[in-house]
Ligand binder design. Structure first.
Ligand code: ADP
Ligand code: MG
Length: 518
């Protein structure tokens, strides 16, 4: 808002920039300003336009940041933070960015105006963040899959998204269908259990099983197999290679090879059929036409799959992937499901109701590619929020949990000037509620004061502007989203505040290489 340069990187006129802190923090602020207005349920969207005039409307912090062009190298650190937050917890990216910007702003003030040495500020941030995370952990309540609180968490996470409430119910129904089947080593991993597929031609829905965006290998194969016996093959299904035929010009050699091809193809198909399987998921790179024809003749349902899909298809159906012809003799290679069928109009294949009830697929529609992409991202955010909540618990949302630990963070006694570094952290803790409320059209600061004077767990009802109990209203955030965002913000603030010069350098990619050689 206040920055004329919008975080764009302009090469330095001199080889050294003495006022690096000023320049770097301006750049960070400018980039943070582009996403801070999206925070919370009343946050606004951004229209992204590229040089070819392609457009995309987004409310998602990471998406917006990643699509910015030519941004300042220091501001790029902000983008990296958001990306890391997205990878680690999958939600709370804007929160991380807003807190990082606030820390840098406040840190700069301490350094420039009060003359505090950057290392003192950095130490204060380090201790403050650690302490704040511990306090948040103490506040957290645990949640289970059956708990109604889980619904509220997903709804809170999706409240700022396009179609948020409808998407929330899809996510919740998917979460409940897999339930504790998504437990791996005592923690929930929905990455393994819920797939999210974008499909503009279909309605939103949850399918109890796996949906492949594929057609059958051949249109003459059966459309549907009930209670299929499934095998997954990664066998060499092209016994005679095209190149061999090309290399030989003698008619007799070619004839021999063609015969060989028929014999070998038949052998392969016979050994496959001997397993009693009637459905084949093929991950082999090439499939001989003769093999395909024989499978059609035997009325087998066959579909190509990618190597990456083997793992979960195997887990879902119980089929053990077969890599060698000899392995076809093993008794445990066959997997099962309730049905497998192609939905011709939508060009998808569904595998439903396998005995291991551990996978569901959410189909996300959208009238345009862009809305379906945005809805798809929102669904994934919701799943991630639920996973984080189930694994580590929840705290009061709307910036309330952060706000009410401020006094306790201030009570942490540090030696000397490090104490002022704590202010950097407390400002950041306050900034979340302030931003959410500013975005909702209120005087953020005034409302934050009102919330502060209310009991723990209270925030502001964004519709009325009055203090309200966030637990009662069901506005809840996963603890992990909060602590990760706080830690990430602290990391970047520490890096930026410690820099006092920006220097023009020779090719640094070379330096990175020599370092790895050492
Ligand atoms: P992020 O990218 O950080 O996830 P969001 O735009 O999803 O940003 O906003 C998340 C914040 O909005 C959380 O702090 C959450 O508690 C808050 N929030 C969600 N719904 C409400 C609500 N009804 N009232 C107040 N705050 C809300
Ligand atoms: Mg969010």
């Amino acid at each position: 808002m206040s920055n004329p340069n919008y975080g764009v990187w302009r090469p330095m006129a001199e080889n050294v920039e003495f006022n690096a802190l000023e320049s770097n923090s301006n750049a960070v602020m400018a980039v943070a300003d582009t996403v801070r207005t999206t925070l919370g349920p009343k946050g606004l969207d951004k229209l992204l336009i590229d040089q070819a005039m392609n457009r995309h409307i987004s409310n998602d912090g990471v998406t917006i940041l990643l699509s910015l062009r030519a941004i300042h190298p220091v501001a790029r650190m902000i983008v990296e933070i958001a990306e890391r937050q997205e990878q680690l917890v999958g939600d709370g990216t804007t929160t991380a960015v807003v807190m990082a910007a606030e820390m840098i702003k406040e840190g700069k003030r301490l350094i420039k105006e009060l003359g505090v040495h950057p290392t003192k500020v950095v130490e204060g941030i380090e201790n403050g963040v650690k302490h704040a995370c511990e306090l948040l952990e103490k506040e957290a309540k645990s949640v289970s899959v059956a708990d109604g609180m889980l619904d509220r968490i997903v709804k809170t996470s999706l409240s700022s998204k396009l179609d948020g409430q409808k998407l929330a119910s899809l996510v919740i129904s998917a979460l409940r269908s897999v339930g504790d089947n998504a437990l791996y080593n005592n923690s929930y991993d929905f990455n393994k259990a819920i797939m999210v597929v974008r499909k503009t031609s279909m309605e939103d829905k949850v399918v109890n099983g796996i949906v492949l965006e594929r057609k059958r290998m051949d249109p003459e194969m059966p459309m549907k197999v009930k209670e299929p016996k499934v095998i997954i093959v990664k066998l060499d299904l092209k016994p005679v290679k095209e190149s061999w035929l090309k290399e030989n010009s003698k008619y007799e050699d070619i004839l021999n090879m063609e015969n060989d091809r028929l014999v070998k193809a038949k052998q392969i198909v016979d050994s496959i059929l001997a397993t009693n399987a009637n459905t084949i998921l093929i991950a082999s790179p090439e499939v001989d036409q003769v093999v395909e024809d024989l499978l059609v003749a035997k009325n087998i349902f066959a579909v190509r799959i990618s190597t990456e899909e083997i793992e979960y298809l195997s887990r879902y159906t119980g089929a053990k992937p077969v890599r060698m012809i000899d392995d076809l003799k093993n008794p445990d290679i066959i997997g099962k499901a309730g049905s497998i069928y192609e939905q011709e109009d939508d060009q998808v294949i569904c595998i439903e109701n396998a005995s291991a009830q551990n996978m569901v697929t959410i189909i996300v529609s959208g009238t345009t590619k862009e809305t379906s992409l945005e809805r798809w991202r929102a669904v994934i955010d919701g799943i991630n929020a639920a996973e984080a909540a189930l694994n580590k618990g929840v705290v009061a949302g709307g910036g309330s949990a952060e706000l009410h630990i401020i006094e306790k963070v201030k009570n942490l006694r540090l030696k000397g000037l490090e104490q002022v570094g704590l202010d950097v952290v407390t400002s950041a803790l306050e900034s979340i509620m302030r931003q959410i409320l500013t975005n909702a059209g209120f005087n953020g600061l005034e409302k934050v004061m009102a919330a502060k004077a209310s009991p723990e767990g209270f925030g502001i009802d964004i519709n009325t502007g009055d203090p309200a109990d966030m637990w009662k209203m069901g506005i809840l955030d996963p603890l992990l989203v909060k602590t990760m965002a706080l830690k990430a913000a602290g990391e970047i603030a520490k890096s930026v505040l410690r820099i006092d010069r920006n220097l023009a350098a020779e090719d640094l990619s070379q330096q990175a290489v020599s370092e790895t050689r050492r």
